[in-house]
Ligand binder design. Structure first.
Ligand code: FAD
Length: 297
């Protein structure tokens, strides 16, 4: 970026504000590669200022909250519309009941001002390796619902990411919703390490979900953020935890394997070795928390 780039006017683009999802899908189809969607704008405005995006048209979906927003339970799933903000997620009783890890992550995104604007759909579509909604959603087995003129499809959140800032959306597609199984008895937790407590990108984030009964873990998932080009499901750790003894020793083993599975880089925020250590510490701490909540440790 050139000095004083932030003071330069944006290159011009067309601004479209569809009044329905039908109109949105038409606009996306007609606009093609040169069109981008804007929801809360917390990432896109930065990209426009930095000229990493120079669209011909910006399609504002922020007024489609009736169709693309809201949190509800339906068909055995907790459904969160793409336009739901992190402030709404943090305040939702349904999220508190079925997706505690997501609630904690939402409460830690940016600042209050950011959480009032930033949407979950935008957080996923940005596809940052450090996006904070992804690990809890992956740990909770969530799927992304994608809409286009030719219909809808869903993909597991872990398959939605295709690389740093690359997602699985094809031309004409938009994120409509994210849905996760609404199961009683499944506990989940999220934690991150960052250089400051507030308004900092995660150096590492970890989310864990599990049911615990009769001294054993049921189906369990461990997900990691900021330690690979994309947020990831730690498959081997999840397998080791599932059906394992619900003990502190197992938590230690799972955490050690999660650190092995992480593929971090060294950058301005932390070294790769520090990140691996943090994965171990956070994973062990989260599982220990689930155990003590269940009265198992
Ligand atoms: C000061 C600051 C602090 C931040 N802190 C954090 C943090 O702690 N944790 C964190 O994870 N993030 C953080 N962020 C990043 C950001 O707030 C989130 O990624 C946010 O959730 C993006 O949502 P949005 O609605 O603002 O997206 P927008 O900026 O509107 O869009 C982002 C991208 O997603 C696309 N998009 C948006 N909605 C859709 C949709 N429904 N379908 C398809 N594509 C779509 C846009 O075209 C664009 O490419 C921070 C940002 C700032 C500026």
């Amino acid at each position: 970026m050139r000095p004083f780039q932030y003071l330069a006017p944006f290159p011009s683009f067309r601004y479209l504000a569809p009044k329905s999802v039908g109109e949105l899908l038409d606009s996306l189809e007609v606009g093609g590669e040169g069109s981008v969607v804007i929801a809360g704008g917390t990432d896109l405005m930065m990209a426009l200022k930095e000229r990493t995006t120079t669209p011909d048209a910006v399609i504002d979906i922020s007024r489609l909250g009736r169709e693309l927003g809201g949190i509800r339970k339906g068909g055995g799933a907790l459904r969160i519309g793409a336009l739901t903000t992190f402030a709404e997620i943090e305040a939702s009783q349904l999220v508190d009941r079925f997706a505690e890890a997501l609630k904690t992550a939402a409460a830690n995104v940016g600042t209050l001002q950011i959480r009032n604007l930033a949407t979950i759909g935008g957080n996923l579509a940005t596809a940052s390796p450090a996006g904070d909604s992804a690990p809890p959603l992956i740990a909770l087995g969530a799927r992304v619902k994608i809409l286009s003129r030719s219909g809808e499809r869903t993909v597991p959140v872990e398959s939605f990411f295709r690389g740093v800032k690359k997602n699985a959306l094809l031309r004409g597609e938009v994120v409509a919703e994210v849905a996760l199984p609404a199961r009683e008895g499944v506990s989940s937790a999220w934690a991150r390490g960052a250089v400051r407590n507030e308004n900092a990108l995660s150096t590492v984030s970890v989310a864990v979900s599990a049911s615990i009964a009769n001294g054993r873990f049921g189906e369990s998932r461990v997900a990691l953020g900021a330690v690979a080009p994309t947020p990831m499901l730690a498959e081997k750790s999840s397998k080791l935890m599932t059906e394992g003894d619900a003990t502190a020793e197992k938590a230690e083993e799972v955490a050690a394997l999660a650190a092995e599975e992480a593929r971090p880089i060294t950058d301005i925020r932390a070294s790769a070795a520090y990140r691996k250590r943090l994965v171990f510490v956070l994973t062990r701490r989260l599982i220990a928390g689930l155990l003590s909540e269940a009265g198992a440790a």
